[in-house]
Design a protein around this ligand. Structure first.
Ligand SMILES: NC(=O)c1ccc[n+]([C@@H]2O[C@H](COP(=O)([O-])OP(=O)(O)OC[C@H]3O[C@@H](n4cnc5c(N)ncnc54)[C@H](O)[C@@H]3O)[C@@H](O)[C@H]2O)c1
Length: 253
């Protein structure tokens, strides 16, 4: 199992449930201390996660912030650095999916999805970059989606937001590589979470996704952890600007 080496403290956004929670717990099991973020209304779940991580013998801190709000993100980054001492890695996992066909897509929903998925990723990174630059070290892992490559009907705006994350990451990697900072994307496939159920409510659709997946199963949040741990650790020290599909074999590129 990949263990934390130089990188020891990770900030995970959207950590109270689903993939984010699995990443926070999985990285704690691999030796990381964890700053766990989510929006305020998830505070009970976030507190439970903190207790679980502390039970593993790691330090954990809960910080509430809406990643699409610049003032909240700035305050969160400062509090994370102050309380944890340093942030070595960040996993931009917070995301939302609201489905709608393009023809009737409300522009407010377009904005909401872009604000959390794309702008939120940018804001968190921008807030942490001075700290990473000063330390000459950083591991940035952005959770995009195979939806940003292939996508599915009624998810054009979600697809656009995740494609934005991938493009952003490729250029970011070029800007920060000389500073000792890497930036990579993980693209989950169909993963059984509250969000994933959006794709899986109809049994026929679930059967179709299962049949179209080389490994013939729907993913679990824990399936995403190992690849994230790789990008968050020094095992990936010479890998940057990449996107890795973690989908059991749906998209092959
Ligand atoms: N589940 C899938 O099939 C799947 C597939 C590909 C990519 N993803 C991506 O993985 C990530 C996690 O998805 P999930 O399936 O665990 O979803 P989820 O809905 O179960 O969890 C998302 C978490 O993000 C938090 N969040 C939402 N808006 C936020 C904000 N503005 N600020 C801070 N936190 C916020 C939520 O409160 C929640 O805890 C997302 O970026 C999603 O787009 C998921």
């Amino acid at each position: 199992m990949i263990q934390a080496t130089t990188a020891r403290t990770v900030l995970v956004t959207g950590a109270s449930r689903g993939i984010g929670r699995a990443i926070a717990l999985g990285l704690a099991q691999r030796g990381f201390d964890v700053v766990a973020n989510d929006i305020e209304r998830q505070s009970a779940h976030l507190d439970g996660l903190v207790s679980e991580i502390e039970g593993l013998g790691r330090r954990a801190f809960a910080l509430h912030a809406d990643v699409s709000d610049k003032a909240q993100v700035t305050a969160m980054a400062a509090a994370a650095i102050e309380r944890a001492g340093a942030i070595d890695a960040v996993v931009n996992n917070a995301g939302i999916l609201i489905t709608s066909p393009v023809e009737t897509l409300d522009d407010g929903i377009w904005d909401a999805v872009m604000d959390v998925n794309a702008k939120g990723t940018f804001l968190v990174i921008q807030a942490l970059l001075p700290h990473m630059r000063a330390r000459g070290y950083g591991r940035i892992v952005n959770i995009a989606s195979i939806g940003g490559k292939q996508g599915a009907p009624e998810q054009a705006h979600y697809s656009a937001s995740k494609a934005a994350v991938m493009g952003f990451t490729r250029v970011l990697a070029q800007e920060v590589g000389a500073l000792g900072i890497t930036a990579n994307c993980v693209c989950p496939g169909i993963i059984l979470t509250d969000m994933g159920r959006t794709n899986l409510e109809d049994p026929a659709v679930k059967a179709k996704w299962t049949a179209n997946t080389a490994m013939r199963r729907i993913g679990a949040p824990e399936d995403v952890v190992g690849p994230v741990a790789f990008f968050a650790s020094d095992e990936s020290a010479f890998v940057t600007g990449q996107t890795l599909n973690v989908d059991g074999g749906i998209v092959f590129d």
